[in-house]
Write a protein that binds this ligand. Structure first.
Ligand code: UDP
Ligand code: MG
Length: 311
């Protein structure tokens, strides 16, 4: 029977957490009395994760496993799961039970009410440092500003997506897809379900500070072309300031206040650099257009159409 729900679980070195997750999610999903699949995506684990998954898959047909040749990252793993899922509703979730499995039926309820995307919203985050919470809040604000996207606060990858949204997202040609941004970008009918984020069930976080920064950087580039416009802005500001300086110097000279020659060097240098920045800015504008073309995102998405099939 075709699965109605697909749960996507990216896993990286999670040999202890997988059995705990499996035991927790099974009763919750069974209670729904509808067919489902558990798609584990092994993101190049170096521990015993793959064997643990093989064993599970052996005894339970609903467990499906996709295994990467190396660590490609959580985002890539989730999208791979999307591409291989068949459910009418698809739910990516962390394996460490920080996202409580009990929230899944609540998300499904919202989906049945007609929502296409249901964000899991953390009201509290247990076992996470002040540093992590503060930096992620700052980062979200920054991303929202530069991308112009209305990304909801305190949401992660734990969400429910209707099949039509999944189809739209997997059909995007770009390589670097960032779920938190894209799920706001696609639009559709969205809502939230609140939950308290637990502490990890087992093991350590798989995100080092370095990995977090890398993800942050890549998502900035993926969601916005703002950095490319900086050069032009810097050039214009620098140019205006140096022209103001020149005018001031000339006025001073007219008033017989003679400045040392070295003083004239500053606006001269900034003016030259500004010209350079402005031209670099032009290059970036074209680069930006090219980049956007290469990304090849659809320019619009038709969520529903009426009467077209009637002739
Ligand atoms: N994960 C992954 N690939 C990675 C890093 C993490 O598939 O390179 C998975 C990990 O196994 C977990 C989820 O992504 O299921 C979230 O990771 P983690 O709990 O370490 O992140 P945190 O909750 O600390 O932000
Ligand atoms: Mg976690």
């Amino acid at each position: 029977m075709k699965a109605k729900y697909s749960i996507i679980i990216p896993v990286y070195n999670e040999q202890e957490a997988i059995p705990l997750f499996y035991e927790a999610v099974l009763p919750v999903m069974d209670k729904l009395n509808e067919p489902y699949e558990l798609i584990f995506v092994n993101d190049g684990s170096r521990d015993n994760t793959l064997n643990v998954l093989r064993e599970l898959a052996n005894k339970d047909d609903r467990v499906k496993v996709l295994s990467f040749s190396r660590n490609f990252g959580q985002q890539a793993a989730i999208f791979c799961g999307f591409e291989h899922s068949v459910g009418d509703a698809v739910i990516p979730i962390d394996v460490d039970l920080q996202d409580p499995v009990e929230v899944i039926p609540k998300m499904i309820e919202k989906w049945k009410e007609g929502y296409d995307i249901v964000h899991g919203k953390r009201t509290k985050r247990k076992g996470e440092s002040f540093f992590k919470k503060a930096t992620s809040a700052m980062y979200l604000k920054f991303i929202k500003n530069i991308s112009g996207l209305d990304i909801p606060k305190n949401v992660g990858e734990f969400k429910l997506f209707d099949r039509k949204v999944v189809d739209v997202m997997v059909n995007m040609d770009e390589h670097d897809r960032y779920l938190r941004g894209l799920s706001s970008w696609v639009g559709f009918k969205q809502t939230e379900v609140e939950f308290v984020r637990n502490e990890r069930s087992a093991g350590e976080t798989k995100y080092s500070v370095k990995k977090l920064f890398k993800l942050a950087g890549r998502s900035v580039i993926s969601l916005s072309t703002w950095p490319l416009s900086l050069s032009m802005k810097a050039g214009i500001v620098g140019g205006v300031l140096s022209v103001v300086a020149f005018i001031t110097f000339i006025v001073l000279a007219c008033c017989k206040i003679v400045l040392p020659l070295a003083a004239w060097l500053f606006p001269t240098i900034t003016l030259l650099f500004s010209i350079l920045f402005v031209f670099n800015g032009f290059t970036n504008i074209y680069l930006r257009r090219t980049y956007e073309e290469v990304q090849n995102r659809p320019r619009y998405i038709v969520a529903e159409s009426l009467n077209f099939d009637k002739e």
